[in-house]
Design a protein. Structure first.
Length: 386
């Protein structure tokens, strides 16, 4: 079925009928010449198309409450575009999954580059380690032209979006509500930036609230938009596992960052690795696994033999003083108090404070509160550059 512009409003209208998913939409397409004809069809004609009685009656009831023209006007006011699965700009990877949404709503733009994407998900209550890893890997993905997809949630999701934007990359947020309702509300500014430099995507019409049952369905789109899903932190019962299940059903790669065996936040990721997820300690491993050696017209240079990319924490130590080098040997992604740094190094507190200040100014370490420090990585060039 070729979707005419005059028919698009009926696709949008059908999106407001809860019983109409991918299976029933295909039945409707097979029976009717257009969705306009299906929208005005009798219950008996809908039944003849293969829809059950409940779905047929639901359409007949809902259409008296829905104004297709009004739906399109509302989308236009909000700057939202509706794409059917026949639209050439509908994400091709999403179209391949078993149950793609017949219509998606987009605020921002989808580009061909977005076919080279990785979904980054994890705990809403990320640890310091998880936050640092999510930021480093998301920035490295973005710097290599990979679009970072996530769910706009608190914790790892928000860090992944922010990191990709900070690296001047593209990012896509998939929401479990209408695009006029930002959830959580504190991410309104972040969502605006994503729309300007990427896209917000939802299968839910405007005005749809982010109720609990929407999130598991949303997660199939999260994994479906990408060739691989990266899990940074997840507890054993984390909702992130839903995204992983969808990725496996869609025959997409699953990557997981290992964590401490003593950290509840890493129980889920460590278990995923035991079950066969690919252990990840650097962006190189993701790029190589997905064969992201050429993105568009940009050739990504693989590391020379014997010069593989540094793994986390990937420090750039050029130009550090002897004192700074000694302190870096004591620092990691786990917070350590300045008193312990001074005691373990055997250096005067004044020297330690001076060195930590210089390292922080240069973006090598960060104070995470209460005079405790963690190591971070300096802004890096693209993967494999010398």
């Amino acid at each position: 079925m070729n979707v005419q512009s005059s028919d698009l409003k009926f696709w949008v209208a059908f999106a407001r009928v809860p019983q109409i998913g991918h299976v029933r939409m295909r039945l409707i397409e097979a029976r009717f010449d257009s969705l306009g004809a299906a929208w005005s069809a009798s219950v008996s004609d809908l039944r003849a198309a293969g829809l059950d009685q409940k779905a047929s009656e639901s359409i007949a009831t809902k259409r008296s409450l829905i104004d297709p023209d009004g739906e399109m006007e509302a989308l236009e006011r909000k700057g939202v575009t509706a794409l059917t699965w026949h639209d050439p700009t509908y994400p091709p990877l999403l179209a391949e999954i078993y149950n793609p949404p017949p219509v998606i709503f987009v605020l921002g733009s989808i580009t061909p580059q977005d076919a080279h994407s990785v979904t980054v998900v994890g705990s809403r209550k990320a640890t310091t380690y998880g936050r640092e890893v999510a930021e480093i890997l998301s920035k490295d993905l973005a710097r290599n032209g990979v679009t970072v997809v996530s769910g706009l949630a608190r914790g790892i999701d928000a860090i992944a979006h922010r990191a990709s934007l900070d690296a001047d990359g593209r990012t896509i947020a998939v929401t479990a509500s209408g695009l006029d309702l930002v959830y959580p509300s504190e991410h309104r500014k972040l969502s605006e930036e994503i729309a300007e430099r990427g896209a917000l995507i939802s299968e839910y019409p405007l005005g749809t609230r982010p109720v609990a049952q929407n999130f598991p369905r949303r997660n199939r789109i999260l994994s479906g938009l990408s060739l691989g899903t990266l899990v940074v932190e997840a507890t054993k019962q984390s909702g992130t596992i839903w995204t992983v299940r969808h990725a496996l059903e869609q025959d997409r790669e699953v990557f997981a960052v290992p964590g401490s065996i003593f950290s509840p936040a890493s129980v889920g990721t460590n278990h995923l690795i035991q079950e066969g997820a690919k252990l990840v300690t650097s962006v190189e491993e993701i790029l190589q696994e997905l064969n992201f050696t050429v993105l568009g017209q940009q050739l990504l240079r693989l590391p020379e033999e014997g010069k593989a990319q540094q793994q986390l924490p990937g420090l750039a130590l050029t130009g550090t003083s002897e004192t700074e080098t000694e302190l870096l040997k004591l620092l990691s992604h786990e917070p350590i108090h300045v008193d312990d740094i001074a005691r373990n190094s055997g250096l005067p507190m004044s020297s330690v404070n001076t060195a930590l200040t210089l390292l922080e100014l240069r973006g090598i370490v960060r104070e995470v509160g209460s005079r405790s420090f963690v190591v971070i990585r300096e802004p890096a060039s693209t993967y494999g550059s010398s």
